[in-house]
Design a protein around this ligand. Structure first.
Ligand code: ADP
Ligand code: MG
Length: 700
């Protein structure tokens, strides 16, 4: 049975009765290619039509089902022509009304036939239903109820699909047919014992009841099982990835930590926070081991991740290896380069910068230093992973602002080394159960303490009508010596109109309101050298105000800058605003963040702005963000190489997630190649549905 059912499942949807090429190709637009895909096309919601009521007892506004015999039908002329069908169940009469397409409806029904009708009741003289759902029943009112009389699934559809008959009715009809053909039996993919342990439906039961639930409790059980499947395979992916990392040939044991580190600590103008010390301890323990480190460093904006990275790199260098630090933007790479260069050059550590915008000559020289091993620390953008870059002895890889990179880029940089240690850093805090999943293959360190000298940033949001006052405030602060950022949104580098708004406003400010000051302009379209110059001039204090696009969003660190003005703040996401705000409040002076919003704000935009004015805690902000955007968007699941979840929700289904994770990790550990007989069906399913994601693991 299993084999033949399997082959039906793999059949193209076009092979089904009544589908054909045209409709099949329309169905691919919603990801349905095979019969199996159709079965995995889950309803978006359900309506309860399970109780059949005598017509005489109908009440206004209730959703219900009636079974009756057609006694008359016809077209009524009026402002809008309508088709009226009258049925009776011998308790009373019910009128069913369809507006439009009257000729069509006239051909559908016969006087004398039995129908089940579901819809909302109105009392208009007598009981009525407008555009009810219906099933045609046998002579005595018995028969298959598909569209009425039970809990009815509603499917997501599109205009194009509806035109081809794939509204909810179309999907239901098709699914009934398929379930009949496979006799409701689907091959099981999880081991029997696992299902027992978690009291889960069989896959057959689950698929049947998700489409045509007998009652709400079976619907719930069906959902549980199918969610479990999604979570289990996601965790299996993570588990295998972790297994794979762990089983690679031995990494480097960095034994030495000596004089250079001590000298660096002494030279610091500040004391490390407790959290920084703890994290360095964790990292140190990892590096000593001969298995490669795979660690995530999570710390809110301003928590001092860079210095942790510097210490870590210094250890690698002291042990005779190269270290690479990859940042998401040229500006940030540049800044890291300058900071690290300043700190370490006195210790005889040679730091180089590699970014896309360098001249050919500079680039050649840098590449030579990297391949010959003269460069100890290499700071750069994704230019670091280009093919032309050959490292001499790459022993440590650090990825800053990891959420900006994909799993693949991380893996590619690691491939350049000698099974190097890996540290990824992110400012996006996430709840622990989730970080276990999203970063399931990494150990996690947390910087949960800001340096003691910080004053909380004061944040306001104002409608754009209040701009004159805001700029007046900014100007007064600048007269007292402050430096300010004014940020404009630039959704995409190519979006000219946005770019224009930053450039135009810069011109206006320079000539008007801020004519007494030197002000700078920074955006992504400028040449690398120009950007460098502008950043330098802002850092040195020559520019007192910097008009910028979001190129300064991550990482930029200018301690004297205490004012952040964000124009069109309603267009930014929460995390993004939090990052932008993180550009100020980096020293001891009081900092301000002022968000300027345009137009009538929706509830969500308001919530984002309010949240920012209420808290500076990145963790709380991330939670609200997660709630507003949903986990898929929030994590960028694709970016992390994780599958999309259709039913399960990692923030709500945590119990199920933990159970699935447990099972998946056990299997990944005991049977990392999935070779055992009892895991064969699971392996097939995994390869069939997760192959692409799977491949990217083995590249990593
Ligand atoms: P982020 O975690 O956002 O990358 P940075 O590493 O850029 O933060 O650090 C922010 C600022 O705080 C930098 O100017 C850095 O020199 C400073 N800093 C880091 N650690 C400490 C500390 N322990 N005490 C005081 N200032 C610190
Ligand atoms: Mg940083």
């Amino acid at each position: 049975m299993a084999a033949s059912t399997r082959s039906i499942l793999d059949q193209s949807i076009a092979s089904l009765r009544g589908i054909g090429e045209k409709r099949a190709s329309a169905l691919t637009s919603v990801g349905i290619r095979t019969v199996d895909d159709l079965l995995s096309y889950f309803p978006r919601r359900y309506i309860d039509r399970s109780s059949i009521r005598p017509i005489v007892s109908l009440q206004a506004d209730e959703e219900t089902t009636v079974v009756g015999r057609v006694v008359s039908m016809g077209v009524k002329q009026g402002r809008r022509n309508r088709f009226v069908l009258v049925v009776t169940d011998d308790t009373d009469y019910l009128s069913c009304i369809w507006f439009g397409k009257v000729l069509f409806w006239q051909k559908i029904f016969r006087v004398g036939e039995w129908l089940a009708l579901s819809g909302k009741v109105t009392l208009f003289g007598g009981p009525q239903m407008v555009h009810p759902e219906f099933d045609r029943l046998g002579p005595a009112g018995e028969g298959d109820f598909i569209h009425t009389g039970k809990i009815i699934p509603l499917y997501p559809s599109s205009e194009a699909l509806t035109k081809l008959g794939f509204d909810s009715r179309g999907f239901r009809r098709c699914l009934v047919q398929v379930l009949k053909e496979i006799k409701g039996r689907l091959p099981e993919i999880l081991p029997e014992a696992m299902l027992k342990r978690h009291k889960l439906f069989s896959r057959s039961e689950a698929v049947r009841h998700i489409h045509f639930p007998a009652d709400f409790s079976s619907l719930e059980k069906a959902k549980q099982r199918l969610k479990f499947d999604e979570l289990f395979f996601m965790e299996l992916l993570v588990g295998l990835r972790k297994q794979h990392l762990g089983s690679r040939s031995a990494g480097i044991a960095f034994e030495r930590v000596g004089e250079p580190l001590r000298r660096l600590v002494q030279a610091l103008p500040f004391e490390l926070t407790g959290a920084q010390k703890r994290v360095l301890h964790e990292i140190r323990a990892d590096m000593k081991k001969s298995t490669p480190m795979n660690r995530l460093l999570q710390g809110d904006v301003g928590s001092g991740k860079t210095i942790v990275a510097v210490f870590t790199m210094l250890i690698a260098v002291e042990n005779g290896y190269q270290a690479a630090l990859m940042a998401p933007t040229e500006i940030l790479a540049e800044q890291h380069y300058l900071t690290i260069h300043r700190m370490l050059e006195a210790l005889g550590v040679h730091v180089v910068l590699l970014i896309g915008g360098q001249t050919r000559k500079v680039r050649q020289a840098v590449l030579a230093e990297i391949s010959e091993g003269d460069a100890h620390i290499i700071v750069g953008t994704h230019a670091l992973i280009q093919e032309s870059v050959e490292y001499r002895r790459l022993g440590l890889v650090i990825v800053d602002e990891q959420h900006r990179f994909g799993v693949l880029q991380r893996a590619q940089l690691r491939e350049k080394g000698l099974n190097p240690d890996l540290l990824v850093m992110t400012a996006t805090p996430i709840p622990r159960t989730l970080s276990l999943t999203v970063y399931g293959d990494l150990d996690v360190s947390i910087l949960d303490e800001l340096p003691a000298n910080r004053k909380p940033i004061r944040t306001f949001w104002r409608p754009q009508t209040g701009r004159a006052k805001i700029y007046e405030f900014v100007r007064r602060q600048m007269e007292l010596g402050a430096q300010a950022y004014v940020v404009f949104p630039l959704v995409e580098e190519t979006e000219k109109s946005d770019l224009k708004s930053a450039v135009d406003s810069y011109e206006k400010m320079k000539r008007g309101f801020f004519s007494a000051f030197e002000i700078g302009l920074l955006h992504g379209r400028m040449k690398t050298a120009e950007k460098e110059q502008v950043m330098d001039d802002f850092k040195s204090g020559r520019y007192r105000l910097l008009v910028s696009t979001t190129v300064i969003e991550v990482g930029v660190d200018v301690a004297n800058a205490t004012l952040m003005v964000v124009e069109h703040a309603e267009r930014f996401g929460l995390t993004q605003l939090h990052q932008l705000r993180g550009r100020v409040g980096r020293g001891e002076k009081q900092s301000y963040c002022i968000l300027i919003a345009y137009g009538n704000l929706g509830a969500e935009a308001k919530r984002r702005l309010e949240t920012l004015t209420e808290t500076t805690d990145g963790f709380k902000i991330a939670e609200v963000d997660l709630e507003l955007r949903g986990p898929g968007e929030f994590f960028g699941t694709r970016q992390h190489g994780l599958p999309e979840l259709k039913l399960a929700n990692v923030t709500e289904d945590t119990t199920l997630l933990l159970a699935a994770r447990d099972e998946a990790f056990k299997i990944a550990q005991q049977d990392p190649q999935l070779r055992r007989a009892e895991n064969a069906p699971l392996r097939d399913h995994f390869i069939k549905h997760y192959r692409e994601k799977f491949a990217s693991i083995w590249i990593g």
